[in-house]
Write a protein that binds this ligand. Structure first.
Ligand code: PAF
Length: 281
């Protein structure tokens, strides 16, 4: 396994692999890797000749009051996990390498960021699409692996790749959960024990919502109220949003119909957690 910090060296390795006819799979991350990342890497390893992981805590996707500085980092642990998952190359650039002085260009995907996390985290998705664009240009992968946990991110990146005619295929991998149902996230490391316990209520409430829809409920207002009640009953959580949206356009629905994502964001203490579940009606 190689760890590469320079864009030039990364380009050279990728060009060589392409000349050798290798299929390249790519998993972009911000590090502090967990079982969710491991699932992406395993799929990437299985389906490609070259498995590339990037680790870069991208300052441009954090708001001024967000947790960029304290975002958890652990290079040694990440390298161990990557080795275990048989990663070929870790791309580990510095902020200066990715955004040298005078950097000016951003990539913006219209409308999809107008919902869910978008209005609550202004500029976040422009930061994500900008860094993913740069990484795709550097790595030029055949397949990009993303997690369903960040559902809005996955929809936005898939749209961008389609709109910009990149040949890269996007594969969305199911959310990996702790036995309690809590979705794996690097930010779970911020949770105290009581908060971690309370966080189980998120997925429990989403599963309840899915069952309601499967039993015939179609009013999104009723579903959102029930999720809210379930979370409030069991936790000290502050709900940021609960929404039922169309899975492609991310537009909030009054009536549940078609392929729907039920998504929520909740603060437990200072930690903001997101989760979602998909349903077809
Ligand atoms: O999901 C993440 O970890 C990040 O948003 C990503 C896709 C690596 C871009 O920085």
């Amino acid at each position: 396994m190689k760890t590469i910090t320079s864009i030039h060296q990364m380009h050279e390795l990728v060009s060589l692999a392409k000349r050798q006819g290798k299929k390249i799979g790519f998993v972009p991350t911000m590090g502090y890797l967990h079982a969710g990342h491991a699932a992406l890497l395993r799929q990437c390893r299985k389906e490609n000749n070259l498995c590339i992981l990037s680790i870069f805590v991208n300052p441009k996707q954090f708001g001024p009051a967000e947790d960029f500085r304290r975002y958890p980092r652990n290079k040694k642990h990440d390298e161990m996990l990557a080795k275990k998952e048989k990663v070929d190359i870790i791309f580990y650039p510095s902020v200066k390498t990715m955004y040298p002085t005078g950097y000016l260009t951003y990539v913006h995907v219209r409308t999809l960021a107008d919902h869910l996390c978008g209005p609550r985290r202004p500029g976040h998705f422009d930061g994500v699409t900008t860094i993913v664009t740069k990484l795709l240009n550097i790595i030029n992968p055949d397949v990009l692996y993303l997690g369903q946990k960040d559902a809005q991110q996955a929809v936005i990146i898939a749209q961008m790749i389609d709109d910009l005619n990149w040949p890269t295929r996007v594969k969305i991998i199911a959310t990996v959960r702790e036995p309690s149902g809590l979705a794996m996230s690097s930010r779970n490391s911020y949770l105290s024990d009581p908060e971690r316990y309370q966080a189980q209520a998120l997925y429990r409430s989403l599963r309840m919502a899915k069952k309601l829809i499967q039993a015939g409920e179609r009013r999104s207002g009723t579903i959102k109220q029930k999720i809210n009640a379930q979370i409030k009953k069991n936790t000290l959580a502050r709900v940021d949003y609960i929404e039922c949206v169309d899975a492609k356009t991310l537009v909030p629905l009054r009536t549940i119909k078609g392929h729907v994502i039920i998504a929520l964001a909740v603060f437990l203490g200072k930690t903001r957690l997101i989760d979602n579940i998909q349903v077809r009606a």
